[in-house]
Design a protein around this ligand. Structure first.
Ligand code: KG4
Ligand code: ZN
Length: 346
């Protein structure tokens, strides 16, 4: 039996996984670095790469033992080589190359964002193509269209901030704990989402691109205009009502924007399925609205379970099953911080 060892270290999560050639996840071990970056309110690249160096061997060993495998059983290695933080990517890529060379096994380089898109098929292999997918993470808010599992065309990107970045930035401004996305999601339940009227951005020329910088500025203006200043070191259960209302309105507006563009794209492209992936795809309101849209349009809609939405190595190994391994044990493979995709013409 062929067994792939997946390795992911593109940002601040170190992960290793073992996946069989049929796409069965035998283990998927994650070590996040939230505690290390929390004091800074965001990822510090140098600290992230140093931590990957320490965590990676431990995480790989655990992934192998949870899968009941040893390095001798591994027939190939799959590794993220971009997009992401260059230093972090290089740690995983160098490790994977060394492993492939030492064991004389195949190595496949995987695009992190395309792996998020494809991750829906891990739990739902029967999902049909052509598929329309929303990948929403700390660095990406992109819509992709795929006719087959080997193709990824960009339908819409973000003109400025990503959705996760917008949520994390509001959280930072309100002195909420890091990372902000999950906290915002929880606290939004206590607020009135119609309290702060945020408008949706308009794009010229029928573009479906996203933009999240406007809402961030609008939230800051709203606070300044109304003389609202968040307190530090206050219990999250005892925030003033204006903060809960602002958080709820902000979350709703971010989700409205994501869903509005997705709906337009789905009406235009008429996909056979819709999928969603990336850290922000864990957001409870986004999940609800995504499923409602699927029902309304009568298109099967699916997002992976929480662990497979986060940065994880199972999705990297799973995506590699559709790709060609690199020659010469990956000797000429390099890491790339930014990715570009071919745009779908419509
Ligand atoms: O995909 P991911 O784990 O890492 C990147 O590739 O960026 O996404 C991280 C992002 C962060 O912005 C985090 O705040 C956000 O996902 N996030 C959430 C939730 N859980 C994580 N955003 C909204 N609601 C959540 N429940
Ligand atoms: Zn990600």
């Amino acid at each position: 039996m062929k067994l792939l060892l997946g390795i992911e270290s593109s940002c601040d999560d170190t992960s290793a996984a073992v996946v069989s050639e049929e796409g069965r996840v035998l283990s998927n071990v994650l070590a996040n670095q939230d505690e290390i970056h929390a004091p800074y309110g965001g990822v510090v690249p140098e600290l992230a790469s140093r931590q990957h160096l320490t965590a990676l061997p431990v995480v790989v060993e655990r992934a192998l033992s949870e899968a009941g495998a040893t390095l001798e059983d591994i027939t190939g290695v799959a590794v993220t080589n971009g997009p992401g933080l260059l230093g972090s990517l290089l740690v995983g890529l160098s490790y994977a190359k060394a492993l492939a060379w030492a064991l004389s096994i195949e190595i496949t380089a995987v695009n992190h964002v395309e792996a998020h898109f494809r991750s829906a098929w891990i739990e739902r292999p029967e999902l049909s193509y052509p598929a329309l997918g929303l990948v929403v993470s700390g660095g990406h808010s992109h819509l992709y269209s795929c006719d087959t599992c080997e193709e990824t065309l960009l339908v819409a990107g973000t003109r400025d901030d990503a959705a996760g970045e917008a949520l994390d930035k509001l959280a930072k401004r309100l002195h909420l704990p890091y990372p902000g996305g999950p906290v915002i999601d929880r606290l939004a339940e206590r607020g009135d989402s119609s309290a702060v009227p945020f408008s949706l951005p308009k794009m010229s020329g029928g573009s479906l691109d996203y933009s999240f910088s406007g809402i961030k500025t609008a939230a800051l203006f709203y606070m300044r205009k109304n003389g609202l200043e968040p307190e530090r070191d206050i219990s999250l259960e005892e925030l003033p009502q204006w903060e809960y209302d602002l958080i709820a309105s902000y979350r709703k507006r971010v989700v409205d924007h994501l869903i509005q563009r997705l709906k337009k794209a789905a009406l235009l492209l008429k996909p056979a399925s819709m999928v969603m992936g990336g850290g922000v795809a864990r957001n409870s309101l986004l999940r609800k609205r995504f499923l409602e849209l699927g029902e309304y349009l009568e298109i099967p809609a699916f997002f992976p379970s929480n662990t497979l939405c986060s940065d994880n190595a199972a999705m990297i190994a799973f995506k590699a099953l559709t790709l060609k391994p690199a020659p010469d044990f990956g000797a000429s493979l390099d890491a790339f911080p930014v990715a570009r995709w071919r745009r779908l013409a419509f």
